[in-house]
Write a protein that binds this ligand. Structure first.
Ligand code: FAD
Ligand code: 2HG
Ligand code: ZN
Length: 457
């Protein structure tokens, strides 16, 4: 940390790099960059810097390294593990001004985008060229490609297309030592050593600041069917999803929500319930193809056991209505206070038991707490949200993550470790693995200035 009186010269030097209008020091203007989306994690920064190109980013890193000032890279600030906000006086480097998207390379089925481009903008560009960028998630309008890469974002279509890492063909980034690495040729066969895009993907801003990426695009399917399936139990829902995944090649989403969560969403957003009577569990499924996948979906759904009702959408308006029951969960839960967000993956054969067991364990620790369960059931990713517990009472995190590890799951499915979970990294990673990560961190960020308060315990 630099002493307070040194900030004046630091701010001036940052202004020399990006122009003083792009160095934010006013307390009111800084506030949105200092607090995370859930408002559970916050701190303060001497300055938010908004570079416009990779050379400015490199100059900022070189300056901060020389002055021994730490940096937090920030994109859309929609991260849910407290990883993108200054927790201990770091300078915030916001990539939001770097949002250009090149014309889509239709022949290569790729696009180059700067890190600050939003996910929605990249998807729209791909769409306009007759293709799609297959990563999608609820925060699409705000989350950036750089943030998606830093967290290796998963989202709602991972079961068909993979997550962000699977789409990443090339990267441009500034490492913690101030060097620029750039591999953007788009060559898909390229076995010339360590794959730096993969390494930086999921590194949560600890190794480099991503400034641009070359992304793989895929076929855009114009025929789509979405259905909300009502089940009698979580067991039936999990078994049903396994059947549908085998039966429907074109399945791209399988999302689970429970009755309590749907009621909360309906109450918060004044929505009508999806069915005439409530059901314990709902699974939202979506398939897309070059021809209408409705018949294939209907035949597979007809074979399911424990199915109580079905609502089908084959037009965009109805589809959006069904998705609201799922996608509004995060906002609805946020109205109850600052939730503990525990984004975990559970092995398929343990999933139903876990979902039954975890509310009991939470109540045992905190009798007044509420547990909300929903998520990407197709890949075993459940979002355990706990409300009614103080934001800094991480005993509840210990209870949930400890049990996740006991059943062979991952303590972070798609949101990353951030600051929220670094205490528990050892539950999933061996000492040798953590040592290897530290060695990589030292090599690429020798003075440890990049996001020093996340990921590594
Ligand atoms: P930020 O929040 O700004 O930063 C996240 C992390 O990345 C921080 O550690 C930050 O330091 C680092 N970072 C940001 N930009 C860069 C960069 N250019 N270079 C290096 N490091 C960088 N996530 C999913 O995976 N799947 C979902 O389905 C999903 N749904 C969501 C729904 C809602 C309503 C919300 C609020 C969030 C959701 N998220 C989801 C979480 C979040 O949107 C993702 O983690 C997203 O990838 C974060 O992008 P961002 O630009 O907002 O990053
Ligand atoms: C989602 O899938 C996001 O909606 C957010 O990953 C999950 O709010 C959460 O816990
Ligand atoms: Zn999610």
């Amino acid at each position: 940390m630099v002493p307070a009186d040194a900030f004046g010269s630091l701010v001036a030097a940052l202004g020399d790099i990006v122009g003083s209008a792009n160095v934010i020091t006013d307390a009111e203007a800084r506030r949105g960059y200092e607090i995370d989306w859930t408002s559970r994690f916050h701190g303060s920064t001497p300055a938010v810097v908004r570079p416009s190109n990779v050379n400015e980013v490199a100059a900022i890193v070189v300056l901060c390294r020389r002055e021994r000032v730490s940096i937090v890279p920030q994109g859309g600030n929609t991260g849910l593990v407290g990883g993108g906000v200054p927790l201990a006086g770091e300078v915030v480097v916001s990539l939001q001004r770097m949002s250009a998207i090149d014309p889509v390379d239709v022949a290569a089925r790729q696009v180059t985008a700067q890190a600050g481009a939003t996910l929605a903008a990249v998807r729209a560009a791909a769409n306009a060229a007759g293709l799609t960028y297959p990563v999608d998630l609820g925060a699409r309008d705000t989350a950036t490609i750089g943030g998606n890469i830093a967290t290796n974002a998963g989202g709602i279509n991972l079961i068909r297309y993979g997550g962000t890492r699977e789409q990443l063909v090339g990267i441009e980034a500034v490492l913690g030592n101030g060097e620029i690495v750039r591999r953007m040729s788009g060559l898909v066969k390229d076995n010339t050593g360590y794959h730096l895009p993969s390494l930086l993907c999921g590194s949560e801003g600890t190794l480099g600041i991503v400034t641009a990426a070359r992304l793989r695009l895929t076929t855009r399917y114009d025929h789509r069917v979405t259905a909300l399936l009502a089940f009698a139990s979580v067991e039936a829902a999990v078994a049903g999803v396994a059947v549908l995944r085998t039966a429907i090649d074109t399945l791209e989403a399988a999302e689970i929500v429970l009755d309590a969560g749907v009621r909360l969403v309906c109450a918060c957003f004044d929505l009508r319930p999806p069915f005439a009577r409530p059901h314990p569990v709902y699974v939202l499924v979506e398939a897309a193809d070059a021809t209408d996948p409705t018949a294939e979906m209907s035949a597979a759904v007809a074979s399911l056991e424990g199915l109580e009702d079905v609502a089908v959408a084959d037009d965009d308006g109805r589809r959006a209505q069904l998705w609201r029951y799922r996608e509004e969960h995060t906002l609805a839960i946020g109205t109850l206070g600052q939730p503990h967000k525990l984004d975990v993956t559970i092995p398929q054969h343990e999933l139903a038991t876990f979902m039954g067991e975890i509310p009991t364990r939470v109540s045992r620790y905190a009798p007044t707490a509420s547990t909300w369960l929903f998520g990407h059931v197709g890949d075993g990713n459940i979002h355990v949200n706990v409300t009614g517990v103080e934001p800094d009472d991480d005993g509840i995190d210990e209870v949930v993550l400890g049990h996740v590890a006991e059943v062979g799951g991952s303590i972070s499915a798609e949101h990353g470790i951030g600051t929220a979970k670094k205490r528990w990294l050892h539950l999933n990673r061996s000492r040798a693995e953590i040592d290897a990560m530290r060695a990589i961190k030292r090599a690429l960020d020798p003075d440890g200035i990049l996001n020093p308060n996340v990921l590594l315990p």
